[in-house]
Design a binder for this molecule. Structure first.
Ligand code: AMP
Ligand code: ZN
Length: 470
């Protein structure tokens, strides 16, 4: 498997620290609001990366944090605490907000066929680990106390700007206009490891620490949570491109200063989803969610396909026109899969050969668009039906488009409907038949209307009554 490594700015063959195993970390969501479909673009592409590694036979352990404390509205430690902002907005406690939006995040992920990482850890679970790392950084002289906060001293590092292809002005792009300089900082890009009094006295969650009651800065959580579960050496670290600076730069600074050796070998960054007005962001107030797309009638997997059709290292612009095109492409694709004949037996040699082709293509820097082209090649090929379905099932582990479900549910057969619903509908159809027999047409119509309310349409045919979901 090859990926573009932001650290070296090259597409590189992944060489894991331990043969056959991949230790992978993903920056999780800040749970003060719903994830927007931009955030979910990153999580879809990271899901594809993880699954492609598994598809190639790697044993992957993936860890994700949940940011439920310490992330301020500017990534450079100023502005309001995002969690507090969410709590005020909804008149709830910070923990209620965190629980609600964590659940909402995983529900969105499930709808998009994004696998939950092996370990998910909220930042508020690991305060002791944060304090320990900060103590070590102070001992080693990489951190200092000023104005009752603890800061990381970036001047102590020879190469703080590890992703150094940008100049400082560009690096400040993520920082918002309302940033006021923190006078405690010795250097412009020093960052807070632990807040005590400072200006956030109304902070809801606080913990005792050697430096007074307070709470952690944002960056420390990813260093500590990853080391807690993956140890001192990590293979791949992922996130959206806006995380590169300052978040990932700071993670590397504090982790490597703490460890005294290189920490993570490969950095995988997903480019942004934009709307017509620019980068989609939660702080803009109005943003697109999976639920909003659903309420407009889109299957969430249409959005997954939309994300897969473009390369993760290019910005992607969202529009409903583009999504409509994708919805129609998805429908056509499912129809093609549905039309595959039930014939022949699986040719294992072919399945293996096509598996290897897919691994090579998608394994080349997560080229999902080419992976989809290969899927069409399978559909067009003269392989027998059973073999085609076996290959499509194999590919769909990575693509996550529910392709074979299309074969199970056909418009006029209800074979895969869940048993309870089938029993209910069949019972109501039988009741309607009785009502018609007794010439109680009002009752028969009432039953038909009731079914329609449930999203079930009836069709009287010569072979009897058929039903389908509408
Ligand atoms: P947050 O919940 O703000 O901490 O962000 C969660 C993830 O979404 C991070 O990896 C961000 O880098 C990523 N992200 C934020 N905005 C976008 C966007 N417009 N497009 C793609 N990824 C994004
Ligand atoms: Zn992180």
């Amino acid at each position: 498997m090859k990926i573009y490594n932001t650290l070296t700015r090259n597409v590189e063959q992944i060489k894991p620290n331990v043969e056959g195993k991949i230790a992978m970390y993903t920056c999780g969501p800040t749970v003060y609001h719903f994830a927007h479909i931009g955030n979910l673009r990153s999580y879809i592409m990271e899901d594809v990366l993880e699954k492609t590694l598994r598809f190639e036979g790697y044993d992957v352990k993936r860890v994700m944090n949940i940011t439920d404390v310490g992330h301020l509205s500017s990534d450079a430690d100023s502005g309001e605490d995002k969690m507090l902002k969410g709590a005020k907005r909804e008149h709830k406690t910070v923990m209620e907000i965190a629980k609600f939006y964590t659940d909402a995040f995983f529900s969105d992920c499930a709808k998009l066929n994004i696998k939950t990482p092996d370990v998910v850890e909220p930042a508020t679970n690991c305060i002791d680990e944060f304090i320990h790392m900060i103590e070590v950084l102070l001992e080693k002289g990489y951190a200092y106390q000023a104005g009752e906060n603890i800061y990381f001293d970036t001047s102590k590092l020879k190469n703080y700007y590890v992703f150094g292809n940008q100049n400082e002005d560009e690096l400040m792009v993520g920082v918002r206009d309302d940033v006021t300089e923190d006078e405690n900082k010795r250097n412009k890009n020093d960052f807070v490891l632990w807040f005590t009094k400072s200006k956030f006295e109304d902070q809801a969650l606080k913990w005792d620490s050697p430096w007074g009651v307070g709470y952690p800065g944002w960056h420390i959580e990813c260093s500590c949570i990853s080391m807690k579960h993956l140890g001192e050496y990590m293979d791949i670290h992922c996130g959206g491109i806006d995380n590169m600076f300052p978040h990932h730069t700071n993670e590397i600074a504090q982790s490597e200063s703490y460890l005294g050796h290189k920490w993570c070998n490969y950095w995988f960054h997903v480019h942004h989803l934009n709307d017509e007005t620019g980068k989609m962001s939660k702080s803009k107030g109005e943003f697109l969610t999976v639920s909003l797309l659903e309420s407009k009638g889109y299957n969430p997997l249409v959005y997954r396909l939309f994300a897969l059709q473009s390369h993760y290292r290019k910005p992607l612009t969202f529009s409903y026109d583009a999504l409509d095109q994708c919805a129609s492409a998805y429908k056509k694709l499912l129809n093609k899969v549905k039309a595959i004949k039930d014939e022949g037996s699986v040719d294992d040699g072919e399945v293996k050969a096509w598996h290897n082709k897919f691994a090579e293509i998608v394994g080349n820097d997560v080229n999902t668009a080419m992976g989809i082209t290969l899927l069409y090649d399978v559909l067009k090929s003269d392989l027998n039906g059973a073999t085609k379905k076996a290959i499509i099932g194999d590919y769909d582990y990575v693509l996550g488009l529910d392709l074979l479900k299309a074969c199970e549910v056909t418009e006029d057969s209800n074979s895969s409907e869940d048993a309870e619903l089938v029993a209910l509908v069949e019972g109501m159809i039988a009741e309607r038949k009785e009502a018609k027999k007794a010439k109680d047409f009002a009752k028969a119509d009432e039953i038909r209307a009731k079914l329609l309310d449930m999203g079930i349409a009836l069709e009287d045919t010569r072979e009897g009554v058929k039903w389908k979901r509408v």
